[in-house]
Design a protein around this ligand. Structure first.
Ligand code: IVH
Length: 668
């Protein structure tokens, strides 16, 4: 065969594969068998292998192949990725529809596009001249992470758009999720490998998309449904949301077949109940439905509140409940040694997921609910929260039930368990000798809001502690490539990546460092207050309990914990080793004036010139505390456009109100 013929064949093969992908994934109507498809794919691979110079980045063979990343790059969203308000009852929805009609000044039925609310994670995918160039996570709505390599491994996402009138730029938005079947297989595999299974399909999808090595993502059964667009260029969009979705399908993007256009709130409710009935038969999880005003002109009229559009709402399904038997109770040891009783259940299917554990919180809770081993209990699972035991079905209690007894010794390190009076929790007294506490302390230290060591996840920490490579957090900075590369599921490359991340984490901030140390009762907010107040580690370390209590929001309990922490020579050793290894932070600005020290602000409504987070940050830099709700302790309420109920509360409590201009003057 001549070279041109070969090249032609390659191009044709690509087109045929793309076409079959479209029939299979988007139209859900394959026209060839899997075996025939595989044959085409193999042939293309062979030819490309012979002529690597002809491989194009959007060839169907090029979905995996990028080298693992050291970290994800940031992607700033040109149009923010918003979230949705929630409705929990029919009445909530009726009120929503009422508000819409009032704002649109109409008595007529509003046209809504009804969609299943998929339980996965939102992504944005950018096509330029029809070619997939970048994909990112939602992140905080303003900035997400670049997950292009990972998104490209999902076969139902086209690497290039099909059709003629392709926009110069098209940013598609949708939800990546893991179908239930794939989730069960993945977890069964994890169990066989002695790895911790994912709690639910959503976590599994998120964990799979946030892999630095796209070869791992490629092995995960991920799918997508597209539900909207972001930035577009050189395309005239239709006047209705539902028509935009049709265009997306035309371009080869997968859209849920369960989407329907209805008129008026009654039909919305009918859709909701239809979906609720269908839910258990679906191949993927949904946690409610979404209604969107269908006409774009009306959407525009309605506009946005702070983080969500006014023209759409999510109508959530109620938490699901089921009954099963408690077969045993075990005690888990947390970072501070706190013992959490966990019920091992006879596995039960709730809302598409098999549940075999539920938290019992603490001994008080067990007593209050009268739970015994062997009891039949009602289990509740809501979204991604840990399943819990709601109540005991007393009529089903047998004579054989057993009392749940708090152990005298730690199930992990066998140290004594102590139960401090008037504290609900029982604790293992083993502290650093307890491997369970050690593991949790290290996981906390490495976590995103603390030292943010990407790649040092739970499973790896477990392995490192079990292999005695980590005894405390300072050891992290002495790990070597050889030690890491020899661990399960690690290789040279991932070891190097992790070391890069560890190195990167050495540059941090004082408040992150304090939070990372895991001092009892010192959360992020308290760590910030401590950092701002004391500015340096040595000042904080020398502070007495009385001095600590001078800090905003710090009472006797936290002060005692903090003082005790720095008194402990073992803790000081670890801190010195961390500093010696190179952990450092810039000086906390000695601001000559912290004009708002001791003042509490509450923000409500939309600000024009900055987001609420930005306003919060600016205020906090000047010493203020920014609280989430209004109380008698609030000094100022900043009122943006369309304020919520916080404004009413502020008025009722006679709290001073500031508009955006006044706030800006104060920030100057
Ligand atoms: S629309 C401006 N449609 O729900 C509206 N979101 O709470 C933005 N979600 O972050 C989202 N299914 O991850 C929309 N059919 C659907 C959805 C959906 C699931 C998720 C999405 C979003 C969250 C909002």
């Amino acid at each position: 065969m001549s070279l041109t013929d070969l090249k032609k064949e390659i191009i044709q093969l690509r087109q045929r594969i793309d076409e079959h992908n479209y029939y299979y994934y988007v139209l859900d109507n394959p026209i060839i068998s899997d075996a025939e498809y595989d044959k085409l794919f193999q042939r293309l691979k062979t030819l490309e292998h012979q002529h690597p110079e002809w491989i194009t980045p959007d060839s169907p063979t090029q979905r995996v192949g990028a080298a693992p990343l050291g970290s994800f790059a940031e992607v700033k969203h040109d149009i923010p990725m918003l979230s949705l308000e929630n409705a929990f009852t029919d009445e909530d929805l009726i009120a929503f529809d009422q508000r819409i009609r009032e704002r649109l000044k109409t008595h007529a039925n509003v046209e809504y596009c009804c969609e299943p609310k998929l339980d996965g994670l939102a992504v944005s995918i950018r096509y330029e001249k029809g070619i997939l160039v970048r994909a990112s996570t939602r992140g905080d709505g303003t900035t997400g992470e670049d997950i292009t390599d990972n998104i490209k491994t999902i076969k139902m996402i086209p690497l290039h758009l099909r059709g003629d009138s392709i926009p110069r730029v098209l940013e598609v938005r949708g939800e990546v999720y893991m179908p239930l079947k794939g989730f069960q297989l993945l977890n069964a595999h994890a169990k066989r490998q002695n790895e911790k299974p994912f709690a639910n399909p959503r976590n599994a999808a998120a964990g799979s998309l946030r892999q630095l090595d796209s070869r791992i993502t490629a092995l995960r059964p991920l799918e997508i449904f597209c539900y909207g667009v972001g930035v577009t260029e050189s395309v005239k969009l239709p006047i209705k949301h539902s028509e935009i979705l049709k265009n997306l399908m035309g371009w080869g993007l997968r859209v849920s077949p369960l989407i329907e256009v209805v008129h008026g709130v009654e039909e919305c409710l009918r859709y909701y109940h239809r979906m609720a009935n269908k839910r258990s038969k679906l191949l993927f999880e949904i946690d409610g439905v979404v209604y969107k005003v269908n006409h774009l002109a009306e959407q525009e009229k309605l506009g946005y509140v702070t983080r969500a559009p006014r023209f759409a709402i999510a109508h959530k399904f109620p938490a699901e409940e089921a009954s099963t038997i408690i077969e045993a109770v075990q005690f888990q040891v947390g970072r501070t040694g706190a013992l959490t009783p966990v019920a091992r259940l006879k596995p039960i299917h709730v809302g598409g997921v098999t549940i075999s554990n539920a938290t019992l919180h603490n001994m008080d809770e067990i007593k209050r609910k009268g739970i015994h081993i062997g009891d039949t209990v009602i289990i509740r699972r809501a979204g991604d929260v840990i399943p819990e035991v709601v109540s005991v079905v007393l009529v089903k209690r047998s004579m054989q039930v057993k009392k749940i007894i708090l152990p005298k010794h730690c199930p992990i390190c066998h140290s004594m368990i102590e139960q401090v009076e008037d504290e609900k929790v029982a604790r293992c007294t083993g502290e650093l000798i307890c491997p369970a506490q050690r593991k949790e302390t290290i996981k906390h230290f490495a976590s995103r809001r603390a030292m943010d060591i990407e790649g040092l996840g739970d499973k790896l920490v477990d392995q490192l502690v079990d292999h005695q490579l980590l005894k405390n957090v300072a050891d992290i900075y002495h790990l070597t490539e050889d030690q890491l590369a020899n661990l399960e599921r690690m290789g040279k490359k991932s070891a190097q990546n992790l070391l890069t991340q560890i190195e990167k984490s050495k540059t941090t901030t004082f408040d992150r460092f304090l939070y990372a140390l895991g001092i009892r009762e010192v959360g992020q907010a308290t760590a910030k207050q401590l950092a701002m107040h004391f500015k340096t580690l040595s000042a904080l370390q020398k502070a007495t309990e009385e001095e600590l209590q001078m800090v905003l929001d710090i009472g006797p309990v936290v002060a005692a914990h903090a003082a005790h922490f720095f008194d402990e020579s073992r803790n000081m050793d670890v801190i010195h080793r961390l500093l010696k290894a190179g952990v450092h932070w810039p000086d906390v600005k000695i601001s000559h004036s912290l004009p708002f020290l001791g003042k509490t602000f509450v923000l409500t409504g939309t600000l024009r010139t900055m987001t609420r987070d930005e306003a919060k940050e600016k205020l906090e830099k000047l010493g203020a505390k920014v609280a989430g709700s209004v109380s008698s302790k609030t000094n100022y309420v900043v009122v943006g456009a369309d304020p919520g109920s916080k404004l009413d509360k502020a008025k009722a409590l006679h709290v001073e109100l500031l508009d955006e201009e006044a706030l800006q003057r104060m920030l100057l």
